[in-house]
Design a binder for this molecule. Structure first.
Ligand code: HEC
Ligand code: HEC
Ligand code: HEC
Ligand code: HEC
Ligand code: HEC
Length: 484
């Protein structure tokens, strides 16, 4: 048989065996989903509203899925029908003639050709749009609503709220994209079968080395200048007595130039700091290894190192320090109640003129509410009831301030606490600083000593100049003309 005869024979076979319900169903499915996708894409182009995450799943994941199923059903129907005919011995040795001179047949062929071309375009567009959608912040943050609610809420309230989840969690390049989709598939099953951890565990295992993601935007050669840090705390007395700390944080200079300040010492080219941690949150660090530019290596061991059982050390994690060993909460920061209330009081959202408001707010925030809705009812009610019964005159005169404070305390709760995911006060420690969590003092505690007796520096002026510590009306703020 010549090639022409063979392809004519195959064409006739396809025509003959193609008349079966599986192939026709595949054809209908492909056409139906294909047309709906094109209509949706058109609508998406003209609509200004973002797509709801569940509609997104339908549109970008399920419809293309059905489309591909349809495409696969078409040849499958033909194969199955041929096999069946062969089995029953009714497969014709010569297929009925297909008369290409008939207009109906030619139209059909033209239709199939055009549909195939359209299908290729649709599959291409659908995969592109699907990938784009699955990298979008709304997909990551909203699809598994309860599971991601804590991280998404914190993200929306952070300096990075306009940075996509994928820019930190995946970063550029194809290999991390594939890795993330594989782990994403695992996570999808974890969500379906509710086997995920509550709270979602930190640190994130296998997070991409931070320098490959953060440094896409933050250029280490530009980490210059010191930073003025001002923080006011309020006491839990009747007057909510304020005290302010003012520091000049030595963030440090150009890491390419070498060791200046905080960034310079940890991130300078040619130096590495690695450490062993023995707990799940990398909070306990018994051993630190420091290799400087000249290649000199120093191993610092914490007091009590020799008392640590060998088995505990062997199970420990060894890690090279990067950005997220300090900035582990650049966008998912969960505050402790003290700091959250201080911040709200400093900003005026909770008025410091209300007697005992600091103490009362903390007390109300620390109650273990079964869910967020209960908190929505009980927190504002508890604050108002306190002033109604203990300070009726204040309540009469400043009802607006009391109501505002009540709502602000509730807002602090809703921003930080997610009982359904077991995210409560302090479950996600922040490593930047040392006031609320061990942070820098995990290593800079004066107890980490090398063989030659030197320690990782822990003097109070190593990392910042203390311009004022817990002072009422610090003089320095007047000198800098920074008082309100
Ligand atoms: C600025 C970078 C950045 C952005 C943007 C970002 N993340 Fe994260 N994310 C991190 C870092 C860093 C960690 C903590 C890593 C660690 O401790 O190991 C983290 C941790 C997490 C965790 C683990 C639980 C936890 O709280 O530690 C989840 C879940 C998560 N992110 C989801 C998201 C989602 C969803 C988005 C988008 C809505 C997002 N992230 C956007 C940097 C980012
Ligand atoms: C896509 C760009 C982008 C990426 C990726 C990114 N950031 Fe940022 N980051 C920004 C921008 C923009 C700001 C400034 C926001 C502002 O000033 O309000 C910022 C601010 C910051 C700040 C200052 C926050 C503050 O409170 O003033 C820190 C610290 C920071 N980023 C750390 C990180 C770390 C750590 C990573 C990697 C895990 C990272 N960023 C990844 C864009 C990015
Ligand atoms: C040893 C701890 C440590 C490491 C490692 C570290 N930082 Fe920082 N970084 C700090 C501290 C402390 C500050 C100042 C505190 C603050 O902003 O509240 C800071 C400030 C910043 C700022 C804000 C600068 C400004 O002017 O406000 C950015 C951006 C930043 N770091 C990015 C990074 C990136 C990117 C990396 C990784 C290449 C990194 N840092 C590594 C401790 C660290
Ligand atoms: C994993 C351990 C570790 C952590 C966590 C850590 N550091 Fe360091 N740091 C080191 C080591 C090691 C050195 C180098 C010590 C030396 O100079 O011998 C160093 C050096 C420094 C220096 C330079 C000290 C000097 O000699 O002038 C500064 C400043 C500094 N760190 C700030 C910080 C700050 C701020 C944090 C928290 C945000 C922090 N470090 C967290 C291990 C750590
Ligand atoms: C290894 C570095 C390091 C050392 C050593 C260190 N600090 Fe700090 N300290 C920090 C950082 C980082 C912050 C947080 C700054 C920020 O978030 O921008 C901080 C914050 C503070 C604050 C403000 C707390 C607040 O939020 O109100 C005070 C007060 C303070 N330090 C006092 C001290 C004193 C006193 C010592 C000596 C016992 C000391 N520090 C040693 C790094 C250090």
């Amino acid at each position: 048989m010549t090639f022409g005869e063979r392809s004519r024979e195959a064409g006739r076979m396809l025509f003959y065996a193609g008349k079966n319900w599986i192939t026709i169903l595949g054809f209908l499915l492909t056409t139906g989903t294909g047309v709906s996708m094109v209509i949706f894409w058109g609508q998406e182009l003209v609509s200004s509203r973002p797509i709801h995450p569940y509609a997104g799943i339908l549109l970008f994941v399920m419809l293309p899925g059905l489309f591909v199923v349809g495409l696969l059903l078409m040849p499958l129907g033909i194969v199955l029908r041929r096999r069946k005919l062969k089995h029953t011995g009714t497969l014709p040795t010569i297929y009925p003639q297909v008369d290409f001179t008939q207009p109906a047949v030619r139209h059909l062929l033209l239709g199939v050709g055009l549909a195939t071309a359209a299908n290729i375009i649709i599959v291409g567009t659908a995969s592109f749009k699907g990938v784009e959608y699955m990298d979008s912040t709304r997909f990551c943050g909203l699809t598994c609503h309860t599971v991601m609610q804590p991280e998404y809420t914190a993200f929306l309230d952070s300096p990075h709220s306009r940075v996509g989840c994928a820019q930190c969690h995946i970063g550029p390049g194809a290999s991390w994209f594939v890795k993330s989709k594989l782990s994403g598939t695992r996570q999808l099953f974890a969500v379906l079968f509710k086997t995920y951890h509550r709270p979602i565990e930190d640190p994130v295992k296998n997070l991409r080395p931070a320098r490959e993601t953060c440094e896409q935007c933050h250029w280490p050669n530009k980490f210059t200048n010191d930073k003025l840090y001002i923080h006011t705390k309020y006491a839990d007395d009747e007057a909510n007595t304020p005290s302010t700390s003012v520091l000049l944080v030595k963030i440090g200079g150009n890491t390419a130039l070498g060791q200046v300040g905080i960034h310079g010492f940890h991130m300078a080219a040619g130096t590495t700091i690695s450490y062993v941690s023995t707990d799940a949150h990398r909070q306990v660090i018994p051993e630190v290894t420091y290799r400087d530019k000249t290649g000199k290596v120093e191993v610092f061991k914490a007091d009590g190192f020799n008392a640590i059982p060998a088995a505990t050390l062997a199970k420990g994690e060894t890690r090279v320090m990067d950005c997220i060993d300090c900035h582990n909460r650049p966008t998912h920061e969960f505050l402790l109640p003290d700091r959250a209330v201080d911040n709200a009081m400093g900003a005026g959202a909770i008025s410091p003129t209300l007697p005992y408001i600091k103490k009362k707010a903390i007390e109300v925030l620390k109650v273990n509410y079964p869910d967020r809705n209960t908190a929505r009812q009980q927190i504002p009610a508890a604050i108002t009831a306190f002033y109604q019964s203990s300070y009726p005159a204040v309540y009469q005169q400043h009802q607006d301030l009391v109501n505002q404070a009540a709502q602000s305390v509730l807002a602090i709760y809703l921003r930080n606490i997610f009982p359904a995911m077991k995210v409560t006060w302090g479950v996600h420690p922040n490593n930047l600083g040392h006031d609320d969590f061990p942070g820098c003092f995990r290593c800079h505690d004066g107890s980490h000593t090398a063989a030659d007796g030197t320690t990782i520096p822990a003097d109070c002026d190593t990392c910042h100049v203390l311009l004022a510590q817990d002072e009422k009306d610090p003089k320095i703020l007047k000198e800098l003309d920074l008082t309100q």
